[in-house]
Write a protein that binds this ligand. Sequence first.
Ligand code: ME8
Length: 509
Amino acid sequence: MGRFYITTPIYYANDAPHVGSAYTTVNADALARWHRLAGDDVKFLTGTDEHGQKMADAAAKKGFAPKEWTDQVSERFREAWAVLNISYDDFIRTTEPRHYSTVQKFLSVIYENGYIYKDVYKGLYCVSCEDYYTIEVSENGKCPIHHSPLTEMEEENWFFRLSAFEDRLLEYYVDHPGFVTPETKRNEAHAFIKGGLRDISITRTSISWGVPVPWDERHVFYVWYDALINYLTAIGYGRDDDEVANWWPYSNHLIGKEILRFHCVWWPAMCMAADLEPVHHVHVNGWLLVGGEKLGKTMAAEGAVKVTDIEPIALAREFGVDPLRYYLLRETALGNDGEFSLEGVVARYNTDLANNLGNLVARVTTVVASKCAGVGPASQSESSLRADAEVALNAASEAWEVFAPQRALEVTWDLIGATNAYLELHAPWKMEPGAALNAVMGDALEAIRLVAILVSPAMPSVAEEIWRRIGLTGSPAAAPLSKSATWGQYVGASVVKGDPLFPRIKSDE
Ligand code: ME8
């Protein structure tokens, strides 16, 4: 038994969630669920990032005070995550008093340690990114991500001495080879540090919507500088040292690739400056793309996609919550970019869910109903399926441990495929009732029991429904894997032959 602290980025509360924010959140949720299943103590944190220029602008545009606006938008994130069955343990808002207190405490330590000084900032800024750009990385003065004009800024600001951490960061990367995964992203962060670090401006006087700087009340902290600290607020930094000691060494941030520099360069340096070990591990996910561009609300605003085609709640209504979760976990390796399309969702649904998993459960429950009087026979200790199940259990465990949900599901589907092949080989639908038929069905039911456990982090409700149909009580996620995931525990029960789990979607629908 171990500990596992997993976080998503805190999402900007300037606009409602889209399937891109759902992508990271569903992946983090499945990882959290896997670790609970493995018997670990888990803390899963998500939330909303509510300060900064972008938020103040969005609120003003809608005619609200910033906090009135973020109250509404933050709630929409909670609603979406409730629909998607996201099992977070804590939802943080950066406008909460607990966050102000942690930010002020943490940054005061850095200030007292001598890593913060005053200077004049002059440069280019993208409000959508809340990030600075040099003219070299800009696209002729435009943002390389949003393609919108950058704003010239000149202000007296407080600066963080990031440059002082170049050597320590490089050393840290060498000493902690697993700090950032996948390796390509680790190399990117490492190369960025090697290229040389410049000090960063961390406060603003031009806006008041932020956390006040405790030693200079005319300033508020720059939104990124407050946002990163949320990961410490939630475990009680400045309020409960034991909680920090309990969770921080087991911390994992799941983030999108565009915020790698903040999490893999700034953030570990900030921790070092505050005499704290950096986060234990950062896993970087790629982007869901539409036509090669990062999917987001701007796309919908520009008419490149329909809003309902990228809204998590609308998509879940259309395809079902668990099929949507499955698609987000299964389609692309967590780290690569992948094209998002409704056709892709339908294809995954029809092949993996309707044809493979749904068909397996339907076949087995139908034969049990017609030939075993509705009572599933017990499994045998030896079966050719046992080896397939053990391979899948081991490979899936390894994959979940290394943040590879796609691979974990791939090997789970290998077991589904092997069980379907086993049924085709024995053709129980042609067998007479009796011991031989019972042996085949008992083994298929045991394989289905293990499949229900293995799919539960990805599709919690479907897993429960399969569990119920094969006559089991409780939940596939209730017992730790060490108890539940060994071959031969299906001892026979009443089997329910229900409606198809995944009615096929016709491509013209
Ligand atoms: O960056 N594909 O918030 P944000 C995959 N507040 N993931 C995507 C995605 C896409 N097309 N679009 C968004 C912020 N994401 C800051 C974070 S953390 C201290 C502060 C996911 O609302 C991905 O995880 O812009 C990305 O990093 C995050 O949403 C950005 O959310």
